[in-house]
Design a protein around this ligand. Structure first.
Ligand code: DP6
Length: 361
């Protein structure tokens, strides 16, 4: 896949009017985890995620033609405030994209970005933020050159661009569920971009919840980037990658059939495997906290007691995601309030659900 395109250059004698583009893009929660990468943001194994709805980023990209060229001109505002760390990160990202979008060096950009969830909620924002920006760039290409009219080509390029910003972000482009990484079970799958699960998904998963129990909102001690790097010397890496490749088929079958038990078993095993890999990295580290384990215990006990299909998963952090179908929302919320919020920081949890994917505002 090579998106380099020297033809995407603006005619300076006929400059575009200044304008702006806004995209809202959601976060996603992986069921089969991406953990370990190589080359330029390529995954060691295929991953599958549910696209969320409530946790999202709005990014407005304003542009105007500039006189000088060379380098990226950008002012970045996060929740209305200048933010130097994000500014530098986005500038580096845009610089890396100049061969793909040479016009980036002909425009001056102002980017306004903000999350629907509190910055300190312990929720990773890279997936929603990088996918929103990638979508904005594709819209801009189409607006200036009319070259991305075809929705599938648009989404594929947006997913490819999002991946370069943050691997998991490439899955946020699609509604309901997406697969990133070559898999023999998914025709058209690729390490370079995600593809939608599409109609291989039982209706159950379109009305599906993910309540996020905030055990701690602190910044994590080891970043995902460092965690991925530690997989390179992890003694179980090869076995782990093979496990993910194999179980993709089982998970897809379960998600097509609406088999929640198999889905839940894989979701929980993936979460614990992810954290087990951290614990046997060198140096080893532990991101789960006592509250994480207490919640896991209670979820399993409540499930055994009531028979309700509620399952947990974890990201690279201590917070617990509760996954369950919409028809038991009242019961699960009661259970959370009665038994789980005591383990949450300030009793805090976020309600999210499977969504329709990004939208242009
Ligand atoms: C545990 O996508 O945040 O959430 O590519 O370095 O930006 P980078 O990593 P990132 O890793 C996400 C890891 C995960 C599992 C997943 O979302 O698949």
């Amino acid at each position: 896949m090579n998106y380099d395109n020297p033809r995407l250059i603006l005619d300076s004698s006929n400059p575009p009017e200044p304008g702006g583009i806004t995209w809202r893009s959601p976060s996603n929660i992986a069921i089969i985890k991406y953990w370990g990468k190589y080359g330029v943001q390529l995954p060691q194994n295929p991953s599958l995620s549910l696209t969320l709805a409530a946790a999202c980023t709005d990014t407005r990209l304003e542009y105007e033609m500039r006189e000088n060229t060379g380098g990226i001109e950008l002012d970045f505002f996060f929740h209305q405030q200048p933010n130097e760390a994000f500014d530098a990160k986005i500038k580096t990202y845009l610089e890396s994209l100049v061969p793909v979008f040479p016009f980036l060096e002909q425009l001056k950009f102002t980017i306004y970005s903000g999350n629907s969830f509190p910055h300190s909620a312990g929720i990773a924002s890279s997936a929603s933020a990088m996918s929103a920006l990638a979508l904005g760039l594709c819209s801009l290409e189409d607006l200036l050159f009319g070259t991305l009219k075809e929705p599938e080509a648009f989404d594929q390029k947006a997913s490819w661009l999002a991946r370069l910003g943050s691997g998991s972000a490439c899955r946020s482009i699609f509604p309901h569920a997406a697969v990133w990484g070559e898999s023999r079970f998914v025709p058209g799958s690729s390490n370079e971009f995600a593809v939608p699960v599409g109609d291989r998904l039982h209706e159950l998963f379109k009305d599906f919840h993910d309540d996020i129990l905030i055990v701690s909102a602190d910044e994590k001690a080891v970043s995902s980037r460092d965690g991925h790097a530690l997989m390179e010397a992890n003694p179980y890496a090869a076995t782990r990658y093979e496990q993910a490749r194999t179980r993709m088929g089982t998970l897809l079958d379960a998600m097509q059939a609406g088999d929640l038990e198999t889905f839940g078993k894989i979701a929980e095993d993936e979460a614990l495997t992810l954290h087990a890999l951290m614990m046997c990295s060198n140096p080893s580290y532990i991101l789960m906290q006592p509250g994480t384990l207490a919640i896991i215990d209670r979820v399993r006990a409540w499930r055994a007691e009531t028979g309700h299909p509620v399952y947990f998963t974890l990201d690279a952090g201590p917070n617990v995601h509760l996954l369950y179908p919409g028809e038991i929302v009242a019961e699960v919320r009661g259970f959370i309030e009665e038994e789980l919020t005591e383990f949450c920081e300030n009793g805090h949890y976020l309600q999210d659900w499977v969504g329709e994917g990004p939208e242009e505002l």
